[in-house]
Design a protein around this ligand. Structure first.
Ligand code: BMA
Length: 326
């Protein structure tokens, strides 16, 4: 008996590393409550850098770099916070969270977009760095309430472009905004909206990892939030944005592709959360390593084939403004 139409069956696309979690607070060089939601990038020497969100025992977060030659083992973690709230930046007074890293070839620097949290709410701040030791902080680029932001690595007709997720009293959708100077962003448009009702991505959607350039478009791993009787569920789906005009969403997945499964994802400070903030494409050009927060407690890694993700999206995707959307 066929229970589900073939296209909504779950396929294993993300293969979890068998030694997850790869980073935990227990193995941190200084006392911390939790280590999760890392931004990720390949460095020029081929090693991997994760910029991890670290929550202290007050409940406030800062960011600390962990480096590994093979991206899996032998992590060297900075002995003290790498990017901590700065007294000159009151927008960070309640901490900094969830970084997304993009290498900008034109600038030969990395752009880090992160949540800057203060009594005014969470907003998005930008910092530029060459080495993840010193940072040029540019302050808030998207005022509260906004988060889940990353910049594209190239300019478009309207300049630099960033994806982000402003929240209003009635919506939490993914937007794109443009900037000439990486300071002032505007011309905001909606790229992908939360669905409604019982859908897995009905309550909120937000960018997970920075968009990945492929031959078919920019692949976006995005999270969807569903509220249930026992809280919220954070899962991830895929969407494809037009290569030249990324405000145009070509496809979005109807089902989620990566959700909480293992015990370390099901149980933690916040149960039932997998929250990727970064990926590293391997030299074969197809294997994508996805680094993600597990239940707001630890860091896991899963691999996926870029080709398989795109194929699955074509089979399981709809053009936006499809079922469940406004
Ligand atoms: C989101 C962000 C993430 C977190 C998730 C689940 O709003 O704050 O950092 O992982 O909630 O708690």
């Amino acid at each position: 008996m066929t229970l589900l139409p073939g296209r909504y069956r779950q396929t294993v696309l993300f293969h979890r590393h068998d030694r997850n979690p790869i980073l935990t607070a227990e193995r941190w060089p200084y006392q911390a409550n939790s280590v999760f939601n890392p931004g990720a990038t390949a460095l020029k020497d081929g090693s991997t850098l994760l910029l991890c969100r670290v929550e202290d025992f007050r409940g406030l977060s800062h960011l600390t770099a962990a480096r590994s030659r093979d991206g899996l083992t032998g992590w060297k973690v900075d002995a003290s916070p790498t990017l901590a709230p700065h007294p000159d930046h009151p927008e960070e007074s309640w901490g900094v969270e969830d970084p997304r890293i993009t290498y900008l070839p034109d600038e030969d620097r990395y752009a880090v977009l992160y949540t800057a949290y203060s009594p005014a709410g969470p907003g998005v701040a930008l910092a530029l760095t060459e080495d993840f030791q010193s940072f040029e902080r540019r302050g808030l680029i998207f005022p509260p309430e906004d988060k889940d932001a990353a910049i594209f690595p190239v300019r478009f007709g309207e300049g630099w472009a960033a994806l982000h997720r402003p929240v209003t009293s009635s919506s939490a959708n993914i937007h794109i905004s443009y900037s000439e100077n990486l300071r002032h962003f505007g011309n905001s448009r909606t790229v992908l909206s939360a669905r409604r009702g019982p859908w897995w991505d009905a309550r909120k959607v937000g960018l997970s990892a920075p968009p990945i350039r492929t031959g078919k478009g920019w692949l976006m791993i995005y999270h969807g939030v569903k509220t249930t009787g026992s809280g919220v569920l954070y899962r991830n789906g895929l969407a494809l944005l037009d290569l030249d005009n990324p405000e145009k969403c070509l496809l979005r997945s109807d089902s989620w592709a990566f959700g909480p499964r293992d015990l370390s994802e099901r149980v933690g400070d916040v149960d039932n959360v997998v929250f990727p903030c970064g990926t590293v494409l391997q030299p074969d050009g197809d294997t994508l390593r996805v680094y993600y927060g597990q239940a707001d407690t630890s860091v896991g890694m899963a691999t996926a084939s870029l080709g398989a993700l795109l194929e699955w999206l074509e089979d399981n995707g709809s053009v936006p403004n499809g079922p469940g959307e406004d």
